[in-house]
Write a protein that binds this ligand. Structure first.
Ligand SMILES: *Cc1c(COP(=O)(O)O)cnc(C)c1O
Length: 345
């Protein structure tokens, strides 16, 4: 099976497991895990922020990042395909009393004017006040799209001028960095709070980091404990993330090459299903046309390729370090044949 359902499927390599086994650890709730403390410092510095909080998941880091910026009864606004809106089980509302409004966007990238029209800061006694804007980079359900630098700068200025916070869901910010070469700290500094994940293309088994000001991180640390997210010898996981930054961050470009090969394979038989120019990183979104996405995923599985059906007519394929360039190209041909209605075999 060639498994392109997600880059979360990556399993720790032998080298990563050795680093985990060798980690010096302590009780992180006491602040005494040296591997966690070192990783929090490393990633905060990498992203141009004062402090970091190592978390069990990206959903938790997003939940805490937005919580730092938005009071109960206020709103965070984001695009309609955002992970925080679609894939976090309503946690921001269910747990923190935060409401959400979304703006329309096909690929997760929107112009500054759209966001300016959406926000309502200090809305007074009648409308919900916008306390934060959230962006996603790269954009998952948008197809691995990269937010253009000018757009990030524009949104950051808009929010600063409006007195509105700005959160980045940077689960795959590493991929945006690999695709553009823009330094991570330059992007990080445009935001008040940033989440990055080690458990996606970086290949760590577990873990995400929230970075922000020291004051925000101190508050978030208390709220993480309140939510049951305090952990003890988490240094074994921090060691995996640290290893991933050293050894797997430099190879993310390979996944982007593989995604392009996959997309080209699809387009050879089913050119209407994918826009090749839109494939920017390790995610490829396919339009299944008249076919149901679940049916396409089922037929692809029968032919040895696993992909995710994420909408009625939307299939997602994600390349990662356990998928070779040749496998990605083969998988593209399989999906192309399925989409073109060519019988398998
Ligand atoms: C995976 C992901 C997250 C976090 O997911 P967890 O499974 O909670 O770690 C957040 N945002 C985006 C865009 C993601 O793809």
């Amino acid at each position: 099976m060639i498994d392109l359902r997600s880059d979360t499927l990556t399993r720790p390599t032998r080298g990563m497991r050795e680093a985990m086994a060798a980690a010096e650890v302590g009780d992180d709730v006491y602040g005494e895990d040296p591997a966690v403390n070192a990783l929090e410092e490393r990633v905060a510095a990498l992203l141009g922020h004062e402090a970091g909080l190592f978390c069990a998941s990206g959903s938790l880091a997003n939940l805490l990042g937005v919580w730092c910026l938005v009071q109960p009864g206020q709103e965070v606004v984001c695009d309609r395909q955002a992970h925080i809106a679609r894939a976090e089980m309503g946690a921001h509302g269910a747990l923190h009393g935060i409401t959400m409004r979304t703006w329309d966007s096909a690929d997760g990238v929107s112009d500054v004017a759209t966001i300016a029209r959406t926000i309502t800061p200090d809305a007074g006694p009648y409308l919900v006040s916008t306390a934060a804007v959230a962006l996603e980079n790269t954009h998952n359900f948008g197809g691995g799209t990269v937010q253009p630098w000018d757009h990030l700068v524009g949104v950051s200025a808009l929010c600063r001028d409006a007195g509105v916070g700005l959160h980045l869901d940077g689960a795959r910010l590493w991929n945006a960095h690999a695709a553009t070469g823009v330094p991570l700290a330059d992007v990080g500094r445009l935001f008040d709070t940033v989440n990055v994940c080690f458990s996606k293309g970086l290949g760590a088994p577990v873990g995400s980091m929230l970075v922000s000001s020291a004051a925000n991180i101190a508050r978030a640390r208390v709220q993480r404990k309140r939510l049951g997210g305090g952990w003890r010898q988490a240094g074994v996981l921090a060691a995996a993330a640290d290893y991933a930054l050293d050894h797997h961050l430099p190879r993310l470009g390979d996944d982007h090459v593989a995604a392009a090969a996959f997309a080209a394979g699809v387009a050879a038989s089913a050119p209407g299903a994918v826009e090749l120019s839109g494939v920017a990183t390790n995610i490829v979104v396919l339009d299944t046309g008249d076919l149901a996405a679940a049916e396409v995923a089922r037929r692809a599985a029968d032919a040895g390729v696993l992909v995710s059906a994420l909408g009625a007519h939307m299939v997602r394929a994600v390349t990662h370090q356990e998928v070779s360039l040749a496998d990605a190209a083969t998988a593209g041909q399989v999906l192309g044949a399925v989409l073109a209605g060519v019988p398998a075999g």
